[in-house]
Design a protein around this ligand. Structure first.
Ligand SMILES: Cc1cc2nc3c(=O)[nH]c(=O)nc-3n(C[C@H](O)[C@H](O)[C@H](O)COP(=O)(O)OP(=O)(O)OC[C@H]3O[C@@H](n4cnc5c(N)ncnc54)[C@H](O)[C@@H]3O)c2cc1C
Length: 317
């Protein structure tokens, strides 16, 4: 979201921008995995659009048909098991999957996927980007890094920019890991919520993916996100064992006897930001290097947009 936002906003101002992405497609932590009857959202579960500019940006560049309101029953569960409803807020999701938004945004930028950047190399007053395969891309007048802080730090250190890496050292470990497991049930379940954020030894979040708008309804897909501490303790546990443990904990929490007939798992090393700092973005004008991303603007999808917008303003100034 941060990379696409910065690229679109700078292109709009007449700059020639190229985006390089290590994965096969854009989206990053806006992530959906295909399943037989559609797709399940593995990363961000929903997003807010409190900032009017974010809403306008989405309407103009992603299109109003690519996202919609998720009118779900959101519940917060405390350590002692007591539950209360979530604060009122408009919550949005991509339709028919989270990546519908990033796909649509990426149509406005020059994107080269499957390209992992290892370091930046100075060439006179410009930068080349060097890929892990040793290819050199460029020259570019300015470079924006919108990767998570640990990866930004690696790129800066590999580029001989230890002083800049030092500026983000404190934040480098600020993204928490998360095991995500999707379970499919042939018959719909009703544990009394569609989304549950909890203080729980195993879970951080449980959501009914099928209750989101535009999702097919052959049975139900449930998304389970493990608590960061639980994930840290199970980082090297095989996916099948993680699936079994989360499934059993879900059956107990939701008091259900049904067994899932399909499942998928993904381990996020960098999921949500634990920082509430909001420097917005970092612009190192002397080097022509900028940093943006959710971790610089309070975390979350909307934070990634706000951070990139903040950086573009600083660069244009
Ligand atoms: C499990 C989970 C649940 C979440 N739940 C929510 C939620 O409910 N609501 C919410 O608002 N937010 C949620 N988030 C957070 C939200 O997804 C992020 O805040 C937001 O998507 C971050 O966007 P970004 O552009 O800053 O970073 P990213 O999406 O991480 O983008 C960084 C991109 O850089 C690419 N990259 C990394 N290294 C390189 C390299 N060397 N070369 C080239 N490309 C590289 C990555 O592949 C990625 O595409 C969740 C995240 C996870 C993982």
């Amino acid at each position: 979201m941060a990379g696409l936002t910065a690229a679109i906003q700078l292109s709009k101002r007449g700059h020639d921008v190229s985006v390089f992405e290590k994965s096969r497609g854009p989206g990053g932590r806006l992530s959906s995995k295909r399943v037989t009857d559609g797709a399940v959202d593995f990363g961000a579960q929903y997003f807010t659009a409190r900032d009017a500019g974010f809403r306008r940006f989405l309407d103009e560049y992603a299109g109003p048909g690519t996202y919609g309101h998720w009118p779900a029953r959101f519940v917060f569960q405390r350590k002692d098991g007591s539950r209360e409803t979530f604060p009122q807020d408009e919550r949005f999701v991509g339709v028919p999957r989270m990546t519908a938004v990033s796909r649509a945004l990426s149509a406005h930028v020059k994107l080269q996927a499957g390209t992992r950047i290892r370091n930046l190399a100075r060439k006179d007053s410009t930068w080349d980007l060097v890929t892990v395969d040793g290819d050199r891309l460029g020259p570019f007048d300015r470079v924006i890094l919108t990767v998570p802080p640990a990866q930004a730090s690696d790129i800066l250190l590999e580029s001989g920019l230890a002083d800049l890496a030092g500026r983000i050292e404190r934040m480098a470990g600020s993204l928490l890991p998360c095991w995500a497991v999707a379970l499919h049930y042939r018959e719909p379940l009703d544990p009394g919520f569609d989304g549950l954020r909890c203080e729980h030894p195993v879970f951080f979040w449980i959501g009914n993916n099928t209750s989101k708008p535009g999702r097919p309804s052959h049975g139900q897909w449930w998304m389970l996100h493990a608590d960061p501490d639980w994930t840290r303790e199970h980082l090297d546990t095989p996916a099948e064992e993680v699936f079994r443990k989360l499934k059993e904990a879900f059956s107990e929490l939701a008091d259900i006897a049904a067994e899932p007939d399909d499942w998928l798992a993904h381990r996020w090393l960098y999921a949500r930001s634990e920082h509430n700092d909001r420097p917005g973005s970092l612009w190192f004008a002397d080097h022509g290097i900028g940093l943006a991303g959710d971790w610089l603007s309070g975390g979350r999808v909307e934070g990634a947009y706000l951070s990139a917008s903040d950086l573009v303003s600083a660069m244009v100034d």
